[in-house]
Design a protein around this ligand. Structure first.
Ligand SMILES: Cc1ncc(COP(=O)(O)O)c(C=O)c1O
Length: 407
């Protein structure tokens, strides 16, 4: 086997389809978010404004977070030194889990190194705890949930995105006595639409199923204390397992589930993705705990975030751009072609110092390639004006000149 030729073939396929991924090297500027420096391939540097980050509220530079991290770093050193089982459970991990359990009104919470791992590890472990479990999974669930469900060896049913009637049909067709779980998201991050939480909880009650919700794109940002859409809609108590991240609105890193004490205890005891990996550095846990605590008490950033999203959507819509608007904070502009999307992103970066990563298949379906903007409280009027006028200039230019985009 010519392994190198096989790698070339695989990479060429991506180039041919226009979806080879190029990473942009940036250095974020503490205290000046969303400003950053872009280090170009030739080694030169240029200032850019980041418009596609998931540090939705700018908490990655918040003084409360930074000082908690500095303190823990100085007090305990760099890493945790072990898995949770073998010397890697510190007071910082326990304090963060208590903060998260309280956030979601659950008995317990369990930390993972990311929300990806939390989803994958939990969903792949549940059939060990509930033999015969059938998982009903929304068709647009995140890759981490798909992986967890795929790897668990149990039965799965995929229901059409947000289609509770289809979910009902699938559940009704199964044996009423087998254990069931419905896995879905509160906000789908690429279109920014909301999951029908209440209807899904009603179905779960009717069919005796457990519910598993991914609130990764909602925690910190929705609800009176930032616990997510389920908190906003007063539905948290109806959800058995809530998954969240500490890497997006909380600005740090890590993921978790919040659930009953017994559920967390069982996942802690059976999930390889929890057991066999080093725990988060204590300074990371300390920063995340400070961020969660701060956002519980201070709704102002959440409110400003929503206002910023509304302003950006209104302004882009007024220019006639094809925006998807489901009322969430995510602002996707559909371009519909991978090559055009990449070209637009390159033109924004090189011509205007605006960084927005093109989003292609398999993250979104082919033909719906897009630019996904993430306005935040740290984007001021100057940054907003610059983005709107750049999009205006480029969109009109591109409409007149599709040929240049295809070049
Ligand atoms: C819906 C959803 N779930 C889970 C994750 C994983 O989160 P993390 O970055 O903490 O691994 C993501 C990441 O983008 C996501 O969009």
């Amino acid at each position: 086997m010519d392994y190198t030729a096989k790698l070339d073939e695989a990479l060429t396929r991506l180039h041919d389809e226009g979806r080879y991924r190029t990473f942009i090297d940036i250095e974020r500027k503490n205290g000046q978010f969303p400003h950053a420096t872009w280090r170009k391939p030739d080694g030169s540097e240029t200032p850019v404004t980041v418009w596609c980050g998931n540090d939705y509220l700018g908490m990655g530079q918040h003084p409360a977070v930074l000082s908690a991290m500095h303190e823990a770093l100085d007090a305990t050193g760099a890493g945790s030194g072990g898995t949770r089982n073998i010397s890697g459970t510190t007071v910082y991990h326990k304090a963060l889990e208590a903060e998260l359990a309280d956030l979601h009104g659950k008995e317990s919470a369990l930390l993972f190194t990311s929300a990806y791992i939390a989803n994958d590890a939990t969903l792949s472990t549940l059939p060990k705890l509930f033999p015969g479990l059938i998982i009903y999974s929304d068709a647009l669930n995140h890759a981490s949930m798909i992986e967890g469900v795929r790897r668990n060896g149990g039965a799965k049913r995929i229901f059409r995105h947000n289609d509770v009637e289809h979910l009902r049909e699938l559940m009704a067709a199964d044996d009423p006595d087998v254990p069931k779980l419905i896995a879905f998201e509160s906000i789908y991050s690429m279109d920014g639409d909301f999951g029908p939480i209440e209807e899904i909880c009603d179905l779960a009650d009717e069919f005796g199923a457990l519910t598993y919700i991914d609130e990764v794109h909602a925690v910190g940002m929705y609800g009176p204390r930032g616990a997510g859409v389920a908190e906003r809609d007063r539905l948290m108590h109806r959800l058995d397992i809530i998954n969240g991240t500490l890497a997006k609105a909380y600005g740090v890193m890590g993921g978790y589930i919040a659930a009953s004490h017994k559920m967390c205890d069982a996942i802690r005891s059976y999930a390889p993705g929890f057991i066999f990996t080093t725990s988060l550095p204590p300074a990371v846990a300390a920063g995340a705990a400070a961020s969660v605590a701060h956002l519980k008490r201070n709704p102002e950033l959440r409110e400003k975030h929503q206002t910023q999203a509304k302003i950006l959507k209104t302004r882009l819509k007024a220019m006639g751009l094809p925006i998807i608007d489901h009322g969430s904070h995510i602002v996707p502009v559909i371009v519909g072609d991978p090559v055009h999307t990449k070209k637009l992103s390159d033109m924004l970066l090189e011509g205007y110092g605006i960084y927005v990563q093109p989003i292609n298949f398999p993250t979104v379906p082919r033909g719906t390639e897009r630019l996904r903007f993430t306005p935040s409280p740290v984007h001021g009027p100057r940054e907003m004006d610059a983005l709107v006028s750049a999009m205006d200039a480029l969109w009109s230019h591109c409409a007149l000149n599709r040929a240049e985009l295809s070049a």
